[in-house]
Write a protein that binds this ligand. Structure first.
Ligand SMILES: [Zn+2]
Length: 292
């Protein structure tokens, strides 16, 4: 919060919170992508993160889970180490600051200690844009990550909620965007449409390069999900969302979180930041106002 000395009628000078009109505020250009596992950011969010970086934003990269269950070949300890190295290299490819994971795979729960640790990351980074998983997804780690991210972001200006380690709060607007669920379906198989499309065509090669750093996953996904190539899969996902946009060759899809508790007014900073690479899905927006 900006503080400014304000004169009152009797000449006394008092310290009073001062906030210029929202139209005069320039949004601090800081974004964080938070995924459940190493490679989730690359599959669902990395194109948008790279475009923000190219638009002059400071970008951050955090996987809450350390990827320790992602191997048939190595034990959890060795897998964790391999995947940490891979994720760090991928973050470098994306031009984003790397943050350490703090949960094991399948142990990401909406519980207090994890929430406090995530709140500390949010308070250190002070992102105005947060990219994360959708509120429901095929895997519970993704859903729990989303819940944790929403609450950690909500607490960014709440000094009475303690973070681990303790970090100061500050007051600013934060906007959360949810990426598409895996295969664009919720756990009950229903199709989920994006509220906005980001044109990732110009950065698709960077997404592939970042994903290629997760070498250990090539074998794992081949065995468990029949994926021949991580790069081909991420291209196929991008092409599918691109087709839905009816405009872009490759795209990522997003749904913006309701702003209550996160920003004073309803804002859409990705729209401003990405310009012609950002396309609102008008049908989605229209359907938001339909009565049930
Ligand atoms: Zn995942």
């Amino acid at each position: 919060m900006n503080r400014k000395q304000v004169s009152v009628d009797d000449g006394t000078r008092i310290s009073k919170p001062f906030r210029p009109p929202s139209s005069a505020l320039s949004v601090p250009k800081v974004a964080i992508a938070i995924g459940a596992h190493p490679d989730d950011i690359e599959f669902y969010m990395a194109g948008t993160l790279v475009l923000l970086r190219r638009a002059g934003w400071e970008t951050h990269y955090l996987n809450i889970g350390n990827g320790c269950c992602g191997s048939m070949q190595y034990d959890a300890r060795k897998t964790r180490r391999i995947r940490r190295d891979e994720a760090k290299r991928a973050a470098t490819v994306l031009g984003a600051h790397y943050h350490e994971s703090f949960c094991n795979d399948l142990e990401i729960f909406y519980e207090l200690k994890t929430l406090r640790r995530l709140a500390a990351v949010i308070r250190e980074v002070k992102p105005t844009v947060v990219l994360t998983h959708p509120p429901v997804d095929y895997m519970e780690d993704h859903t729990e990550t989303c819940r944790l991210v929403v609450s950690a972001a909500f607490s960014h200006a709440m000094p009475n909620f303690r973070s681990i380690p303790p970090r100061a709060t500050s007051e600013y607007d934060v906007t959360i965007y949810h990426c598409m669920p895996h295969s664009l379906r919720d756990p009950l198989r229903r199709l989920v449409m994006p509220g906005a499309f980001v044109n990732t065509t110009s950065v698709q090669a960077v997404k592939r390069a970042a994903l290629a750093e997760h070498q250990s996953q090539q074998n794992w996904l081949d065995v468990t999900q029949g994926l021949n190539s991580l790069g081909d899969k991420v291209d196929e996902m991008g092409r599918t969302v691109g087709r839905l946009s009816k405009k872009f060759q490759f795209a990522e899809g997003w749904r913006r979180h309701l702003h209550y508790g996160f920003s004073t007014n309803e804002v859409d900073p990705l729209r401003q930041a990405l310009g012609k690479n950002y396309l609102i899905n008008k049908t989605y927006e229209r359907n938001l106002n339909q009565e049930f």
